[in-house]
Design a protein around this ligand. Structure first.
Ligand SMILES: Nc1ncnc2c1ncn2[C@@H]1O[C@H](COP(=O)(O)OP(=O)(O)OP(=O)(O)O)[C@@H](O)[C@H]1O
Length: 359
């Protein structure tokens, strides 16, 4: 699968831009702030229906204009797929595949698998658990449509349960039966999600370990582990046991919406004890593992976006990625960099076709 053509109208800093891509390697070069990352983000937008960097749709519209449009022509399984994503202030965002608008964006997720490696991935280490849950959910959803639907249902019931807890508190009332209707549904959907996350991590963790060992030739022991209260108790028991606490807090304090991933190095949290280089290697291993997992599950090679790769990676890691490209492990690759010479030098060593775009 690859992206042949991209057209932008009023997307971030571009008023109008048309690009014809190489099926293998595309390098976007130019000075800081020229819009290299914005082009990668537009490609991400076509595959996921939202920006990777700024989820506020109105802020993706070029300043002083009223709408944006991203138009991409992909080739998948020898068929042309035209995806158009448009958004006008005050309206709903629309995604069309070959002229037909999706009712639900979730139906589009996974159709065009894509993985991005960017400096913003650091959030996975430094930010709260929701960032890591989104990562797991994102990887599973790209190859399991039912998972995303269950997650949507769980989130809906959770919101309703929280509203009910708030209502009880404001009106100084309580109705155990009304709450138990939600508890049952949370248990059903939550247990399904927990099982899929557990299964996913069972196969994902060894891939991650292998990627980390490839990138960093060091001996350090990095670990990725699933953290969930459902590992010890059923969700219905957890909900029953935390009833008083939830009533006091006016929200649901237990469930798969509290799951997390532990990132450790030699037994200590990587956030506090990992060097910058170790943290970078960890994140790249995580993203390359995502790439391999999706490739295996979806039976399609994802598009890979490498944002600011050379600033982020040292020579060994760049060499490692280049070796992978030569091994035909990758499909289409997009690389952004500020230095045209540096990029050209690297891609010339690869025996693959490439195109350089000077922005
Ligand atoms: N909604 C918007 N309207 C107009 N310009 C925008 C909008 N959103 C972002 N920009 C502009 O886009 C530019 C950033 O583009 P981008 O992040 O793609 O740069 P880059 O080429 O990747 O830079 P760097 O090399 O520093 O990473 C900034 O100048 C920013 O002001």
């Amino acid at each position: 699968m690859f992206l042949k053509r991209l057209s932008l109208v009023n997307y971030k800093n571009f008023d109008s831009k048309n690009l014809d891509f190489d099926p293998t390697i595309n390098c976007l070069v130019g000075k800081n702030g020229i819009g290299k990352t914005n082009i990668l983000d537009a490609i991400y937008h076509l595959c996921f229906g939202k920006s990777y960097f700024n989820p506020v749709a109105t802020q993706n519209i070029k300043h002083g204009t009223e709408f944006f449009m991203i138009d991409g022509e992909f080739e998948k399984n020898d068929r042309e797929e035209k995806i158009v994503c448009s958004f006008k202030k005050g309206m709903k965002k629309v995604i069309k595949r070959n002229g037909k608008a999706y009712d639900k964006f979730s139906e589009h997720i996974g159709f065009l698998p894509l993985v991005i490696i960017s400096p913003a991935d650091r959030d996975l280490i430094v930010e709260g658990s929701d960032t890591r849950r989104k990562f797991i959910d994102g990887v599973i959803s790209q190859s399991d449509k039912a998972y995303l639907q269950t997650l949507i249902k769980y989130t809906k019931i959770l919101t309703q349960r929280n509203s009910l807890l708030k209502y009880f508190s404001v009106n100084r009332t309580f109705d155990k039966d009304a709450l138990s209707v939600y508890d049952e549904q949370l248990h059903t959907f939550g247990t399904e999600i927990f099982k899929k996350r557990s299964q996913f991590l069972e196969s994902f963790i060894p891939i991650f370990q292998e990627q980390y060992a490839n990138i960093s030739k060091k001996e350090e022991g990095v670990l990725l582990a699933y953290q969930s209260k459902l590992l010890e108790n059923s969700l219905s028991d957890l909900l029953t046991n935390s009833l008083e606490k939830d009533r006091a807090l006016q929200y649901t304090s237990v469930g798969i919406h509290k799951d997390d991933l532990d990132f450790t190095i030699d037994g200590y949290p990587i956030k506090k004890f990992g060097s910058q280089g170790q943290q970078k290697s960890f994140l790249i291993a995580l993203k390359l593992a995502q790439f391999h997992f999706i490739k295996e599950q979806a039976k399609t090679t994802p598009i890979l976006l490498l944002d600011d790769i050379f600033d982020k990676l040292d020579e060994t890691r760049v060499a490692q990625i280049v070796a992978l490209v030569n091994n035909d492990e990758f499909g289409q690759l997009f690389i952004s960099d500020t230095h045209a010479d540096r990029t050209e030098k690297v891609v010339k060593t690869i025996n693959q076709s490439y195109k350089i775009f000077n922005l």
